[in-house]
Design a protein around this ligand. Structure first.
Ligand code: DMJ
Length: 442
């Protein structure tokens, strides 16, 4: 729809109309988070883009199916005795269950609200908003480490579980949605949702204080982990997933404005300035995670060399990279799943700073995807090892390659007024939703 490929939109739309409700009624279990961000998020975004006059699809049909799916997903909330939803839903049987260990992921339960809020907005039914927002209202009062939270939470007790703190898997989009929900709800920013902005600001101070370090010898700024909580040792491990953070930090600092305009209008606080600087440093590190390998593609996980750790670990293989010794890539972490986070951040950084280097970096990454992940018979595939050429291929293309990676690359090279950041907020799966409460609604 964004690219104006109306014939493809028509085909997809008629598939949805004919098949999606019966698919929802098929046997089997789905994950609340994945289904919300990918399927519900996609339907809602298509709904919004279709009311703007694209007649290749039917907004009423998309809204009706969104409500059917949203109602089933709400079972994850109503089955729980606390505000924290269960992680799995049996859509046909209208039953929700916890994961086998009884725990939900922190990021999963806090990455549903952009979608549920918008569904309330367009359906006129407040139940989606109120169920989703209860999670964050509840989390507001839970103990944290300088705004940082453990990656598991129990729907039985409503408390965080364990002490593992990281901005990679199971932690990442908790931080992303704090600021994005605040941005989405323009009319509530200074009133009932002010607490989200405060939670975000505190958490980013916590990131800067507790998790940010520089590698040796060349000083790349990275975000590590606290696997044993605030009293335990720091781990210099950074998942590729953490590369969403530069984009979110830049967005949170200028609220979607260009850096130039935000500075001229005197709108940046000290926190904003520090966050923007960190965003730029981290975007470079994320790019270097690609540059350092023989294929020009990042591994799933990188370790950074800090004093006394990871010395002489295996490296990425690109001997002309000046960061070869700063970044250690362990054997089990050498795969690439076509993930979007780095190009997502490059899109935000390019739009916000207007520095052309972000497009150059994005182009280099795009060319590496073209060279090593393209499958002759069609599509692209995940890789087993980005440090060897040619890289051994898997046989799998995640939906986020089309939904996110290619979409962010498309937006990186397009005009800034396509889905502008002061009018739209992207859900964590890159589905654009309109900011609610703008004077001239879009
Ligand atoms: C996507 O499903 C989302 O971006 C999510 O927030 C994290 N993981 C994948 C992409 O890597």
């Amino acid at each position: 729809m964004i690219m104006g490929e109306n014939d493809i939109v028509k085909e997809a739309s008629s598939w949805i109309e004919k098949n999606l409700v019966s698919r929802i009624n098929e046997r089997g279990q789905v994950n609340l988070f994945e289904t919300t961000i990918r399927v519900l998020g996609g339907l809602l975004s298509a709904y919004h883009l279709s009311i703007g006059g694209n007649n290749s699809t039917n907004p009423e049909m998309l809204l009706e199916i969104s409500k059917v799916l949203g109602d089933r997903l709400l079972l994850a909330f109503s089955s729980s005795s606390t505000p924290i939803p269960f992680s799995d839903v049996y859509l046909r049987d209208k039953v929700a269950r916890t994961a086998p260990d009884g725990l939900s992921s922190t990021s999963e339960v806090s990455t549903l609200q952009l979608e549920f809020n918008y569904l309330s907005e367009i359906s006129g039914d407040p139940k989606y908003y109120s169920q989703g927002m209860k999670v964050l209202e509840h989390m507001r009062s839970l103990p944290k480490v300088e705004g940082l939270v453990p990656i598991y939470i129990s729907p039985q007790s409503g408390q965080f579980s364990g002490e593992n703190i990281r901005l990679g898997s199971r932690g990442d989009s908790y931080y992303e949605y704090l600021i994005k929900i605040w941005i989405q709800q323009k009319n509530r920013r200074d009133t009932d949702l002010k607490y989200l902005y405060e939670m975000y600001t505190e958490a980013m101070r916590g990131v800067r204080h507790r998790l940010v370090r520089k590698s040796i010898p060349k000083g790349l700024v990275f975000v590590g982990e606290l696997p044993y909580g605030s009293q335990g040792d720091f781990s210099p491990k950074m998942d590729h997933l953490v590369c969403f953070l530069p984009g979110t930090l830049a967005l949170g600092a200028t609220k979607g404005m260009t850096k130039k305009k935000a500075i001229e209008s005197n709108l940046l606080s000290n926190d904003d300035i520090e966050n923007l600087k960190l965003a730029e440093d981290l975007a470079k590190t994320c790019f270097e995670m690609y540059e350092v390998t023989s294929t020009g593609l990042a591994p799933e996980i990188a370790y950074f060399q800090i004093k006394g750790e990871n010395e002489n670990g295996p490296h990425g293989g690109n001997t002309s990279s000046e960061y070869l010794n700063d970044i250690v890539i362990k054997h089990l972490d050498r795969h690439n799943l076509l993930r979007p986070e780095t190009v997502e951040s490059l899109m935000y950084l390019h739009r916000i700073t207007e520095d052309p280097k972000y497009r150059e970096w994005g182009w280099q990454i795009f060319e590496a995807f073209e060279k090593y992940t393209k499958v002759e018979s069609g599509g692209y595939t995940s890789l087993d090892d980005v440090t060897s050429v040619p890289p051994p291929k898997r046989d799998k293309m995640e939906t986020f390659f089309l939904g996110e990676t290619l979409k962010y690359l498309y937006l990186l090279f397009g005009e800034n007024d396509v889905l502008p950041l002061d009018k739209y907020v992207f859900n964590t799966e890159a589905h654009p939703l309109p900011i609610i409460g703008l004077v001239d609604e879009i």
